[in-house]
Design a protein around this ligand. Structure first.
Ligand SMILES: O=P(O)(O)OC[C@H]1O[C@H](O)[C@H](O)[C@@H](O)[C@@H]1O
Length: 556
């Protein structure tokens, strides 16, 4: 049973330690080995192109803090929880399910403990199905109903059935088949499907209906709209099977939608939505980058799984990443964390992590049914560098809020324009920003820089001061290959799990998304009946009723 995190002895120790201010200027000046001591490297042993350097030296930590964070993880039994997860124990207690996304990438059977869980043995055959199908579409042997090859794929899904595939297909674009257009429709706003269909041809478009439950209103409605659009041209229902496939755990509902079993790609209830890009939900990824690259992506995730299982806590990347974030979240009142990837291909990475982290750890009830008396998951946000520098970095540098940041960048660019000059400029910024955040600029330095003419202008001087001491992690990876992306995603997945273990919450359900959905379902018939009278008898508050009535009386 999980305890309240505040009950661990190390929690109190960390509270004490947080009162002593660590100054990064002083810490680096005092210890020339600080970078060596507070950085770790990680190399793939099967996927050779994975090479990460994790530098956490620019954090407000010292040996005492680090040791106490590690003790906190031990007191919270992080290793036991981790092993229970990897063994397929039903650690998602509210839904009585195992949490086994690691099984989807365990191609060599490294984690035997999970094998008795129903469905685990079907992973490899299902991958074979994905391989055959993606190769048939990419090679052109899969034809549309008029005998033409497929030119566009449209993934219709939302949440985890959208964000992972969107992020990964974007990140791995250099590996993509450029003559196969990939579109992603998620929003129930009709604009999304309408604008997508405008650039598609029913004879050469394949729709992938991606929904774990196959009951999600947005996805099923958009898929129905796509099918209507297709039928306008195709006429015969029998043609649907060449143009619609389903990715789901719900075979019955997918069958009812009209999708033949041969065109279904299955996964299991132990795959959470936000962890599902490794499963059949990744079919669009396999179609875009090819099955072999998709498998490299899976293997990259598995590299991180084995590291997570085997490395001692002090060297364990997901554990360190999790604990450092806890240090700010719980002992420095940081409300948010920024993800700043200096790689344009990672421009959806922060969006993906928003769901991964916030849907997992935005909880106030512990697994022991107690209300937490501490903060849980932070707000995750970010933009790729250098764009963010010209928008919101001002606040990170000189605002009043503490915003710990993860900076990520590749050593090698996929596009070394002008002989690599652009990449050097990009990386000069990647190095400079954490440096500026950590060390800032003092009043004396500003005055010196301004020279005697302006040094007396107090307002100007003070406006130019950077207080510094702003914490960052820097993660450098060799190149954004499929394997590397797999390792990075798994790194953050396990980070989230470790934090959930420490906070004693269930990171693997998402009950908090339900209430709004239920209320929307109640309101929809009122909008459809267009009965303003009925609004008053529905028992809504005056604000909600007022808004609904405004809509009903003003819509055309
Ligand atoms: O894949 P589906 O069953 O359609 O679910 C799609 C998404 O919707 C839900 O509201 C959940 O919050 C997400 O975790 C999930 O990924």
């Amino acid at each position: 049973m999980s305890k309240l995190a505040t009950s661990y002895p190390s929690w109190s120790k960390l509270e004490q330690l947080s009162k002593q201010k660590i100054n990064l200027r002083e810490a680096f000046a005092k210890d020339p080995q600080r970078f060596q001591r507070y950085s770790r490297s990680f190399k793939g042993d099967r996927v050779k192109d994975i090479s990460l350097l994790f530098d956490f030296s620019k954090n407000l930590i010292d040996d005492d803090v680090l040791a106490s964070l590690i003790s906190l993880a031990k007191e919270a039994k992080v290793e036991e929880h981790r092993d229970a997860m990897l063994d397929g124990k039903p650690i998602n207690g509210s839904e009585d399910r195992a949490v086994l996304h690691i099984a989807l990438r365990d191609l060599e059977g490294d984690f035997k403990g999970k094998d008795s869980v129903a469905g685990v043995k079907e992973v490899i055959p299902e991958l074979k199905h994905m391989k055959e199908f993606s190769e048939a579409v990419r090679s052109g042997s899969w034809k549309g109903y008029t005998g033409k090859t497929i030119k566009s794929i449209v993934n219709i899904g939302i949440g985890g059935s959208d964000l992972g595939p969107v992020m990964a297909t974007q990140a791995l674009k250099p590996y993509s088949k450029r003559d196969l257009d990939a579109h992603f429709v998620s929003n129930i706003d009709g604009t999304h499907i309408a604008e997508t269909l405008k650039v598609c041809d029913p004879e050469t478009t394949l729709f992938i209906v991606a929904s774990k439950t196959f009951t999600t209103q947005e996805t099923i409605t958009n898929a129905t709209a796509a099918r209507d659009w297709f039928m306008e041209t195709a006429k015969d229902k029998a043609h649907v099977e060449k143009h619609f496939v389903a990715l789901s755990t719900n075979v019955k509902a997918a069958t009812e939608f009209g999708i033949a079993e041969a065109n279904m790609f299955k996964f299991w209830d132990w795959v959470g939505g936000r962890y599902s890009l490794w499963s059949a939900i990744g079919l669009s990824i396999a179609l875009v980058i090819g099955y072999e690259n998709f498998e490299e992506f899976l293997k990259g995730g598995n590299e991180m799984d084995r590291h997570f299982k085997n490395a001692k806590l002090e060297d364990n990347l997901p554990v360190l990443l999790a604990l450092i974030a806890i240090w700010y979240n719980n002992f420095h009142n940081a409300q948010s964390q920024a993800i700043l990837a200096y790689d344009q291909y990672m421009n959806k990475f922060a969006d993906f992590l928003e769901q991964l982290e916030m849907e997992s750890n935005g909880k106030f009830i512990t697994s022991n049914s107690e209300r937490v008396n501490y903060e849980t998951g932070p707000i995750i946000w970010g933009q790729p560098g250098t764009n963010g520098q010209h928008a919101f970095y001002q606040l990170i540098h000189q605002g009043t809020k503490l915003i710990p940041c993860d900076f990520l960048a590749p050593v090698e660019s996929q596009n070394p324009i002008r002989g690599g000059e652009l990449h050097d400029i990009l990386l000069s910024n990647f190095f400079a920003q954490p440096e500026a955040l950590a060390f800032g600029k003092t009043e004396e330095e500003v005055k010196k820089e301004l020279g005697p003419k302006d040094a007396g202008n107090t307002f100007l001087v003070k406006s130019k001061v950077f207080e510094g001491n702003k914490p960052t992690n820097s993660i450098m990876f060799q190149k954004l290959t499929p394997g590397t992306l797999g390792a990075l995603v798994a790194l953050y997945e396990h980070k989230v799990a470790v934090q959930g273990f420490v906070w004693g919450i269930n990171s693997f359900d998402q009950m908090g998304v339900e209430l709004g959905k239920v209320l929307a379902k109640k309101i929809l018939p009122v909008l459809q009946q267009a009965d303003a009278q009925k609004v008053d008898s529905e028992g809504h508050d005056s604000s909600t009723s007022g808004l609904i009535k405004h809509y009903l009386s003003n819509r055309k």
